[in-house]
Write a protein of this length. Structure first.
Length: 208
């Protein structure tokens, strides 16, 4: 006697929820580790991890469900990039110190866009800060400062979050909304894949 469809879907539902929870937990863990590093490193490793996740999902789901694997990779990449920036902002909001620092040295970073056209340069500065505070470079983006200029910066006394030009950042609800949406998508994708693929597989076996 064939089991009711709901009973047949229970294992897939449990597996999907567990997989989704693992992705959410892994993304959150990564974000709280990555924000202490250079922004480029955090983004690069996030994209690489997303690509590996996409390949793994593609291999696990077969070509029939490959789009689901790559969708999971995209959601993962959005989650970790947003979460890393949010963790950095939250750290400066929670414990950042506003101090006046002196610009000591300028570092210019030039990049080439499509067709070899050079884009606007980005600037990084070495600062002279009050004693007993970490001396992390200030990434000012396209904002150019003058050597010897005194500027207001927010510094993380634990030296995990990078220094930021200006006042201590306020809390933002936008990253929380993006992360919440990604968490829901994780669960929908993994639960849908686990239950749908399992049900389709049993249907094919029964049809033979």
């Amino acid at each position: 006697m064939r089991k009711p469809v709901l009973v047949e879907l229970v294992p897939g539902l449990a597996l999907g929820l567990a997989t989704g929870a693992t992705l959410i937990g892994g993304s959150t863990w990564y974000e709280h580790v990555a924000y202490a590093h250079d922004a480029k490193w955090a983004v690069l490793t996030a994209l690489c991890a997303g690509a590996v996740l996409g390949l793994a999902a593609w291999a696990a789901t077969d070509t029939e469900y490959s789009f689901v694997g790559w969708a999971t990779a995209v959601v993962f990449a959005v989650h970790v990039v947003t979460g890393t920036l949010a963790a950095e902002r939250q750290a400066l909001h929670d414990r950042g110190l506003e101090v006046t620092a002196t610009v000591r040295q300028e570092h210019v970073h030039r990049f080439s866009g499509s067709g070899g056209v050079e884009t606007a340069p980005a600037y990084t500065y070495d600062l002279a800060v009050p004693r007993n505070l970490p001396h992390r470079p200030l990434e000012a983006g396209i904002t150019r400062l003058t050597v010897g200029e005194r500027v207001l910066v927010t510094i993380d006394p634990e030296a995990r979050a990078p220094s930021r030009l200006g006042h201590r950042p306020s809390a933002s609800q936008v990253p929380a909304c993006i992360l919440g949406t990604c968490n829901v998508l994780f669960l929908l994708i993994t639960v849908g894949l686990s239950t749908g693929a399992g049900h389709l597989r049993r249907y094919r076996i029964g049809a033979k």
